[in-house]
Design a protein around this ligand. Structure first.
Ligand code: IMP
Ligand code: MG
Length: 175
């Protein structure tokens, strides 16, 4: 069995998300309304906590992408598994993503969304692993910058496991 050890405790995540939400609220003071696009499945807890800390009117939508098969390395191939329910035209969009690693997934996503005529698109990622970047991608709101570890918990998985951990953990290896 793989073992995990805490990298970012739940309290630190909660505090950082309150800070990100305050920044997002401040940056969009004139926008009137925000449209949050959650990238399933990894960002579901981040979205849930972020949206409750944003102090302005918000609507939500969900999409699902797949960039990894079952392993811990990027295949470099991104597939759209579930599209949004509603149009983005005229909306101020915040993409809510769990982690930016190579940047391939987010780059692909930002291109698709920008083509749909939103008023603005900004991106919030709970985690960033800059040392792994393969493509330069713009992320306005980053929760934590981490070293090159494969991490799980707080929504993030390895082969669909560990999403329910309340903290971010390093996955030590599997048999
Ligand atoms: P990228 O396209 O390489 O930036 O990968 C982004 C996606 O890969 C994220 O949305 C995650 O779903 C997944 N991913 C990347 N690194 C990790 C990790 O350390 N743990 C869990 N999932 C990860
Ligand atoms: Mg993801």
């Amino acid at each position: 069995m793989a073992t995990t050890r805490v990298l970012i405790p739940a309290d630190d995540i909660a505090a950082r998300i309150r800070g990100l939400a305050a920044e997002i609220t401040r940056d969009h003071a004139g926008a009137g309304q925000l449209h949050l696009v959650c990238v399933l499945k990894g960002a579901f807890l981040f979205l849930a906590d972020l949206v409750r800390a944003i102090d302005m009117p918000v609507t939500l939508d969900f999409m699902a992408l797949s960039s990894y098969a079952k392993g811990t390395t990027s295949s470099g191939e991104v597939r759209l598994l579930k599209d949004l329910d509603s149009a983005l035209e005229g909306r101020h969009v915040i993409v809510v993503e769990d982690i930016v690693d190579t940047g391939l997934t987010l780059h692909y996503l930002q291109e698709i969304l920008a083509a749909r005529g939103p008023k603005s698109v900004r991106t919030a990622c709970l985690l960033s692993k800059p040392s792994r970047r393969k493509i330069d991608v713009r992320v306005e709101y980053i929760g934590f910058t981490i070293e090159d570890h494969f991490v799980v918990g707080y929504g993030l998985d390895y082969a669909e496991q560990h999403r329910n951990l309340p903290h971010i953990a390093i996955l030590d290896g599997e048999d």
